[in-house]
Design a protein around this ligand. Structure first.
Ligand code: PRP
Length: 190
């Protein structure tokens, strides 16, 4: 258990002020895009990392939304299960054809998770599926996937905070920071 999480962060990549601006901008954009939507809009929050982002974003929306949660993980390209998504907690609704879903993510890396999840929900006949991510690492993309709403693009650094973890630590930091490589690199790799 860590005593002082801030000490292991070498650089603040997205500050609290920037997060505030990002969530205001995205909430205004989403509210405008869906203001005349006759259907139910659902924020589908992907556990665990997107919880702080979703909490900030939803409180700035001026449209009514419902909340749902899923916990998923994707298999890497090297495994036999490539093309599959593992569902740890599923969405329990039987009215998907009437819903306009916005998937809320903290980060897109390879793009595999959102690519497969979007496809899954479309296969289940959701009326529409869009994606909103706070962080995007386009340089890491392994599948062709473009999110609809992006907070900020970031370089390929190991980031923690504002929902993002390393071994389940650091999620509660109020900003996104770069983790000191000493915290995760093998001694021989330093
Ligand atoms: C992270 C993130 C996405 C996924 C993105 O979740 O929240 O779901 O990885 O990676 P991809 O674009 O390469 O598919 P993670 O599995 O770390 O779970 P967590 O949010 O519970 O930490």
């Amino acid at each position: 258990m860590l005593k002082n999480q801030n000490e292991n962060v070498t650089k603040i990549l997205v500050s609290q002020e920037e997060i505030e601006q990002i969530t205001s901008r995205l909430a205004a954009q989403i509210s405008k895009d869906y203001e005349n939507d006759p259907r139910q809009v659902v924020l589908l929050i992907i556990l665990k990392g997107s919880v702080p982002f979703a909490a900030d974003l939803m409180r700035k929306l001026t449209i009514p939304v419902q909340l749902e949660f899923m916990k998923v993980s994707s298999y890497g390209a090297s495994t036999k299960s490539s093309g599959e998504i593992k569902i740890h907690l599923d969405l329990n609704r039987n009215d998907l054809e009437n819903l306009d879903i916005i998937i809320i993510e903290d980060i897109i890396d390879t793009g595999r998770t959102l690519n497969r999840l979007t496809q899954l929900l479309k296969n289940r006949n959701a009326h529409s599926v869009k994606t909103c991510t706070m962080l995007d690492k386009p340089s890491r993309r392994e599948v062709d996937f473009t999110p609809d709403y992006v907070g900020v693009q970031i370089p390929d650094e190991f980031v923690v905070g504002f929902g993002l973890d390393y071994n389940e630590e650091y999620r509660s930091l109020p900003y996104v920071g770069v983790l000191d490589p000493k915290q995760y690199a093998h001694p021989n790799e330093l």
